[in-house]
Design a protein around this ligand. Sequence first.
Ligand code: PHE
Length: 361
Amino acid sequence: SSKSILKVLSKEVQIDSTYFNIPKNILEKIPCQLHRKENHPVNLISKKIQCSLTDYVHLNDINPVVTKKENFDDLLFPYDHPGKSRSDTYYFSESHLLRTHTSAHQLKLLQQFDKFTLTADVYRKDQIDKTHYPIFHQMEGIKTFHKDMLMALKYCNDAFSEEQIMTQECHSVDEVKKVVTDLKSQLTAIIRNLYGDVETRWINTYFPFTQPSFELEIKFRGEWLEVLGCGVIRQEILNNAGKGHMIGWAFGIGLERLAMSLFDVPDIRLFWSKDPRFMTQFERNGLKTKYQPFSSFPAITRDISFFSPNSFPIPENDLMDVVRNHGSDLVESVYKFDEFHHEKINRKSFGYRIVYQSMER
Ligand code: PHE
């Protein structure tokens, strides 16, 4: 097999052409880093969640190339797990791949931090439709406790159903209930902080790296929507990270899922749109954005700047009126993008952007 080197962001990766299966359009998107782009809906949500998690270390800049070991084996995936196949995962070589989840960094980060989040791009070979895209974004969150400090924690029995809670052998039911109570209340707070009063439910599930494991679903437009996976970290992982004296929980949230429901974005592909009419809506309205679909015909913009007479500041609504009257329905939007105070002449200047766009031509 022929070997060559590919540079992915700042990392040099060896390619094995007999194993490599990453299409050009995926490689080209790696530098986009939507989660770090100011005002991008994925960034807005990531920041909002970070606000619910004070005194956590927040990371968002870790290279997406990881080893197969980091992505699967370190997380105790069984040897023959289907997720490892070349039809599910993008490989550079037999040993290196594009992370399929942010959990790929758990082991390394646990060695450095007790409480942290990581927001990052993740990659899965998948169909492309309104809700699936081969690149999306997750936020991983982890909190660890010194086992002897757990004494001080209480647990809430309401958080548990009648059925027996699936603990790991090395944990007592009491310990696990405390950690799970903390986990569930933290995650409920995060979701309430984003959605206000939304209906939620916990589903028991399985992940190789947590036990017990849960999914959180929210009621959205009459349907249950899964938004995150979580659970009590497998003690073997903590032991391997040199943290055998600690116990902890982890969660992984899909950020596009949240963004689509929160902002009414009807198609996941829009997050990659280069049309300014997508991003400007979020630049203007932030977390309050309710996405307005735009015409499929191209828009043009014209910028206008002017000094406002000091004695007679122009009310913005008057300006809007003038633009509307002259531009008719071709004007899709008008907004201020800059303001400048000239010290010497003590006058203000303004920059406005007019977006023209027809619905039919
Ligand atoms: N990594 C899991 C996923 O991508 C989510 C998860 C993270 C589950 C942390 C449990 C704990 O589906």
